[in-house]
Design a protein around this ligand. Structure first.
Ligand code: ADP
Length: 411
């Protein structure tokens, strides 16, 4: 790596999408991680379809967002199109200033507890984990292989969604099922959104003026996918997602916790296949299953118009959230902060208010006027007297991936 190589390209490859950001780490370090370090951001959607779409914003040049539509056959073509956009801004992937490419990888199993420079053995292990992450790891692998082909000389780093949760004690990670069966099939709770839980718990400590080792935080990552974690002194001790991202909170389209016997019942009584049940619970459940909408803005609008289905969906969502807040309060013993993040957590004041309503006995309360403030900055929304700080902390998974990648290649 050349001395002035300070840029990191972050790639997040989904099954039909590719999100990317190019960051300058010399800037992000000097500005404490603000947007100043972001050179370009973008997204390729509907890869493999006739109507693929690339949206690219060249922040470095202050240029406008550029959108192009037209067929992009696969991830290789998508990354090449992204490279061409970056090159048009003088930020090409052939630049000596590019230090590394950081890849979001969803499932790292038990082996990957930290960001890892990718070699053939790492690729094999990510591939070996495909059975436990059939939707995500294959797309991540394609992204890595494509980037390697484009810049074989450059370090490529995998940052795993599961890594932050590998500190969970065995009694939190293991399901109460036959040990031999569980071990033979690697069935245990892995947890996801770890990059976000790590970033947000650290930022929350900073907001309180404390070191992460000094505080216990409940992080509520409420996006379309949603998960809660209990973080004690900077280490994750429990999280709501499990073997897959299906367990835990009510999500946009996922059921979260249900009695596992529901699945046998659907098979035996409703005659559904395993794949049909998979689609039902992952794509047609949660808020969308309950009321037909998964966007919290739309759900709130419908509630304001008196829509009872939307209201029940909201109440079920909040009830589950509250149960996890209570459970993680018990797990942690002492809670210093509850932090809300991601699309719903950062924006939906009614969700924050309802989730903590009635929890004054636990030291938790929300100040209505602070809760109503809209901001991109980390902030406290609890009243001064409250024993537990309630925070809204915008997550930044790309920055966290870039920082971990940059730190690793400079180590
Ligand atoms: P993901 O990364 O899981 O796709 P996000 O963290 O971007 O999801 O969250 C997306 C969700 O955030 C949307 O489905 C919507 O419910 C919610 N959301 C976004 N903006 C707002 C807003 N202004 N008010 C309420 N909810 C919002």
């Amino acid at each position: 790596m050349t001395a002035n190589a300070t840029r990191v390209l972050v790639l997040n490859s989904g099954s039909s999408s590719l999100k990317y950001q190019l960051l300058d780490m010399s800037d992000t370090q000097s500005t404490g991680g603000s947007a100043a370090g972001r050179l370009a951001v973008g997204l390729v959607e509907r890869i493999g379809e006739e109507t693929s779409r690339l949206a690219h914003t060249p922040l470095a040049t202050g240029g406008d967002k550029r959108e192009t539509e037209g067929p992009i056959a696969d991830h290789e073509a998508a990354l090449k199109a992204v490279a061409a956009e970056l090159a048009a801004d003088g930020l090409g992937l052939d630049s000596p200033e590019l230090a590394a490419i950081g890849h979001r990888v969803v499932h790292g199993g038990l082996k990957f507890t930290a960001p890892t420079v990718i070699d053939d053995a790492v690729l094999k292990e990510i591939e070996r984990l495909v059975p436990v992450a059939p939707l995500h790891n294959p797309a991540n692998l394609i992204g890595i292989r494509t980037a390697q082909a484009l810049r074989p000389d450059l370090p490529q780093v995998a940052v795993f969604d599961t890594a932050f949760h590998t500190t969970m004690p065995e009694y939190a990670a293991r399901y109460a099922i036959d040990v031999a069966t569980a071990d033979a099939h690697r069935i245990r709770r892995y947890g996801f959104h770890g990059t976000s839980h790590a970033y947000v718990s650290r930022k929350t400590a900073a907001l309180l003026g404390k070191d992460p080792s000094e505080v216990n935080v409940i992080v509520l990552h409420l996006g379309n996918g949603a998960s809660a974690s209990a973080v004690a002194g900077g280490r994750c001790v429990d999280t709501s997602m499990g073997l897959t991202p299906l367990e835990g909170l009510v999500m946009g389209t996922r059921s979260g916790d249900i009695d596992p016997a529901v699945t046998f019942h659907l098979k035996r009584v409703a005659g559904m296949s395993t794949d049909e049940i998979d689609v039902l619970l992952n794509k047609k459940s949660g808020l969308v299953g309950l009321c037909g909408d998964n966007d919290m803005r739309e759900i709130r609008r419908r509630i304001d118009e008196g829509d009872e289905r939307a209201e029940l969906a909201f109440d079920i969502y909040i009830h589950r959230l509250k149960k996890y807040i209570g459970a993680y309060t018990a797990v942690l013993g002492r809670v210093d902060a509850v932090a809300f993040t991601a699309g719903v957590g950062e924006n939906a004041a009614p969700v924050r208010e309802a989730a903590l309503a009635g929890l004054e006995e636990l030291g938790m309360a929300v100040d209505a006027s602070l809760n109503a403030v809209r901001s991109d900055e980390p902030r406290l929304i609890s009243p001064e007297y409250a024993r537990v700080a309630v925070a809204v902390v915008p997550t930044d998974e790309e920055l966290e991936i870039a920082q971990q990648t940059y730190a690793l290649v400079n180590a």
